[in-house]
Unconditional design. Structure first.
Length: 130
């Protein structure tokens, strides 16, 4: 009945229900160079995409990563801090869920297909690097 074994029947929602970010945590590994980010999503009808950013206390972007077509509600990703950017202080991780849809537009030389991004949810957490 279910072709994709990574998606269970209880994860499927009607198309009109929005995916939610239930939980997000971030913590540094002992080497203070890598950050473990865990996040848990609600059930979803179609696989969302995610953009994950790490900023320091001055709101300077240190690293970002994207995940496409997330199929599992529980996810983990490791972010690597750039050299000399692992200073003691407060850091923030932001997770932004979005969907992508093809949009056809007319152009002088014929139809053109572009991707339209629709933001779904955003949530942040913080941690201290000592």
């Amino acid at each position: 009945m279910f072709d994709n074994q990574s998606i269970q029947p209880d994860q499927i929602l009607p198309e009109d229900q929005e995916t939610d970010i239930l939980e997000i945590t971030a913590e540094p590994y002992p080497d203070k160079r890598r950050i473990k980010v865990l996040f848990r999503l609600s059930s979803f009808a179609s696989a969302p995409n995610a953009s994950i950013t790490l900023t320091n206390e001055d709101n300077q972007l240190l690293v970002s990563a994207n995940m496409v077509n997330i199929f599992n509600p529980e996810n983990e990703i490791t972010l690597h801090l750039p050299k000399n950017k692992n200073q003691p202080g407060e850091y923030s991780v932001t997770l932004e869920l979005f969907s992508l849809a093809e949009e056809e537009t007319g152009a002088e030389d014929g139809p053109k297909v572009t991707l339209k991004q629709t933001n779904i949810k955003s949530r942040s957490c913080s941690f201290t690097l000592q």
